[in-house]
Design a protein around this ligand. Sequence first.
Ligand SMILES: Cc1ncc(COP(=O)(O)O)c(C=O)c1O
Length: 390
Amino acid sequence: MAGQGLSPIRRMALGAPPDAINLGLGEPGWPLPTGQAVRPDEGPADLSYGPNTSDPALVAAIAGYAQARGSDTVGPDGVMVTAGSQAALFALFQAYAEPGSAVLVPDPGFVAYPTLARLCGATPVGYPLRPDGDLDAEALLAVLGEHGHTSLVVLNHPANPTGGLASADALQRVAEACAERDVLLVSDEVYAELWVDEPPASLRDVTDTGVVLGSMSKAFGAPGLRIGWATGEPEVLAPARLVHNAMTTAPSRLSQRAALALLGAAGEVLPAAREQLRLRWDAVERLAPGGNGHSFLGDGHHIPMSRTATRAGFYLWLALPHDLDDDSTSRDDPAVTEAFALRLRDEAGVTTIPGTAFGPRGAGFLRVSLGGPVDALEEGLRRLAPWWKA
Ligand SMILES: Cc1ncc(COP(=O)(O)O)c(C=O)c1O
């Protein structure tokens, strides 16, 4: 773990002024529409260990949920229930990321991927995305071609931190290339249910190979349950199950029970979450109406947003103001991005996350979370506005 310090996300939170608005968090802040769903009134809970593979009823519910979303063939053997999708990532990396191999991760991308690769003695190699954060199959395949010894490729869409998506065509090309090279493809789709206009494409729209990750933490609004899952071919999941069992036996039974109740209420919970999300994207558009990749905020102030067309996930990926410095190249300097995020926190009273937290290509950007309350988001955007001059 040498060299692994405090995450930049935690660093931004430490020492923030008490009245700063926190637009840095990566979790939903809206209330569950069915609070009672996580406190089912069914008498005393079974607190035995239970099966390593988790409660068969939960496994069956996840298989049914995955089938409804395009995984035609997934059965109970094709579902691995884990302590959050993070534990699924850990188990898959431990099982598949060979020491000395390359693990391809999005840059910018979710902070855990490179750390998990290093824990296996593998080398994380960032692949670039399109300017709007969408998957660029061409660019990924080029990086794959340069790294003959690649053991794992990770995709994430809708993406943290950019909100980027992946077209079915791009997914198909990447899936074929990974299958040809016998490289495990992991598609992290934990934000998949958080869309406003139309559901994003899934790896399962194009293939039954590879592994798809899901979670209770985002659209189901219950990150504290620590329940996630991986779906894939049984023989692909088998070695990762051994790792997960060795690590944690099985997720908490109380959490499994709550997750089962939430999955049973998916028809209510997910549309309600999407409605909460729509309110937040509407607030962004009201305060920062889009156009030509630039969004205007307040009186002549504008915040250039990377995405204006597709509203999915709950992150805004903001380019730093153009007039930040006389020397425009300084925007690529990680220190400039981090210093600017600290100024926004301490002088504007808004906590955001410097893009550099998510990889070298995050320099020049900030991640703004839409997860919190709408009024806090609106006030936060108002406070940010003067820093982006027209
Ligand atoms: C892209 C992505 N994947 C996975 C996770 C882990 O989520 P969990 O372990 O709560 O399911 C997160 C959490 O922020 C995330 O942003």
